[in-house]
Design a protein around this ligand. Structure first.
Ligand code: HEM
Length: 336
């Protein structure tokens, strides 16, 4: 493979890793399991491509004394190695591996995201060669659609992808670790989930006595509910898996008012297509109307009143979605 081809491949693999990584944040149902498989296989291919790139470029850059490019190249390589190591360590350790208050899974994702601008800066000086392969590439391409070397390289990368994932999985099995298909580690069932937020920020000031839920948009009667008025709509239990993108999952019973009961009480327009549930923090989840039937506005979890860190007084429970969509400290519902 040519040096330009290798650079293109690296850029594509890094972007694909970041893209599939970002997709995992919203991939909570088993049908989306392919995203995780793709992420794992691409990781091995990226590892192999970085080794090829180092072999091809390191010696030449040192001989030519291109120190600035070399330093940037090594920074990119270090970041790729850190992201890959973090991912594989998460799998192979078989446990909820953390450094301080951050899980290794979260740390590897931040490094992975930082990689995208780093790679762009690294490849910027050669952008024209990367974006517009030379005439000779096309000429060669006409003669032979896929060269034997490119074919072998692609095969090698695919094997590397499968092998790396396989080794990490094998080590995990040896250590008796178990993950959900999302990569999250199971916590004890029936327990109160840990209270986490995306950046570790604290809960907003919400007083349950004065708290109100505003329901508006495409409804016959825009309404405001107190906690007592909500409870009068009829409470129910729901066992659901909360799967946090920081890498843990817990199956536990939730108790509260079905979201559809609230929407019916406000006279939801039969033609409504989506419902936005928004937190006192401004964070929100948009649910297609078809999905609201299985959602709950929870006021307690695992037999205990909902803790403040878990979104008290009211938290949205959305089975088959990842924790990002389980809006805490719910304040408003807007029908569209
Ligand atoms: C260039 C960037 C990235 C690299 C190199 C990378 C690397 C890895 C590796 C090596 C694994 C272990 C795969 C396995 O063998 O199962 C992994 C897993 C995972 N990564 Fe990334 N990652 C990147 C970006 C991201 C981002 C941006 C996110 C999320 C925002 C993310 C989320 C995940 C998740 C959820 C898993 C667990 C999947 C599982 O356990 O099956 N990754 N990553």
């Amino acid at each position: 493979m040519t040096s330009g081809g290798l650079d293109r491949l690296l850029a594509v693999l890094v972007v694909a890793m970041a893209a599939t990584g970002l997709l995992t944040l919203r991939a909570g149902s088993p049908e989306t399991g392919w995203v995780y498989v793709a992420h794992g296989l691409l990781a091995g291919a990226l590892g192999a491509a970085v080794v090829l790139k180092l072999r091809a470029s390191l010696g030449r850059a040192v001989a030519a004394g291109r120190w600035r490019r070399l330093a940037l190249g090594l920074l990119v390589t270090g970041a790729v190695a850190a992201a890959l190591t973090g991912g594989w360590l998460w799998v192979a350790s078989g446990e909820l591996l953390s450094i301080g208050s951050w899980t290794v899974l979260t740390l590897h994702a931040w490094v992975g995201l930082a990689l995208v601008p780093l790679v762009v800066i690294h490849l910027l000086p050669r952008r024209w060669r990367l974006l517009r392969p030379g005439r000779s590439t096309f000429a060669r391409g006409r003669e032979r659609l896929v060269s034997r070397r490119a074919f072998l390289a692609a095969g090698g990368l695919a094997v590397a992808g499968i092998a790396a994932s396989g080794v990490a999985l094998g080590l995990e099995r040896l250590r008796g670790g178990e993950r959900r298909f999302t990569g999250s580690r199971w916590l004890a069932s029936g327990t109160v989930p840990p209270a986490t937020t995306f950046f570790g920020e604290g809960p907003p000031p919400v007083d349950p006595a004065t708290w109100r839920l505003d329901v508006g948009g495409r409804v016959a009667r825009a309404r405001t509910f107190s906690l007592a008025e909500l409870a009068r709509l009829g409470e129910t239990d729901l066992v659901a898996v909360l799967d946090c993108t920081s890498g843990w999952a817990v199956e536990t019973p939730w108790h509260g008012v079905p979201l559809d009961a609230v929407l019916r009480a406000a006279g939801i327009d039969p033609g409504a297509s989506s419902v936005t549930v928004r937190s006192a923090t401004g964070w929100s989840a948009v649910l297609p109307r078809a999905e609201t039937g299985r959602c709950l506005l929870a006021t307690s979890v695992a037999g205990e009143p909902l803790p403040v860190g878990n979104g008290a007084p009211v938290r949205l429970v959305v089975p088959d979605r990842r924790g990002l969509d389980w809006v805490k400290w719910v304040r408003t519902i807007e029908v569209a």
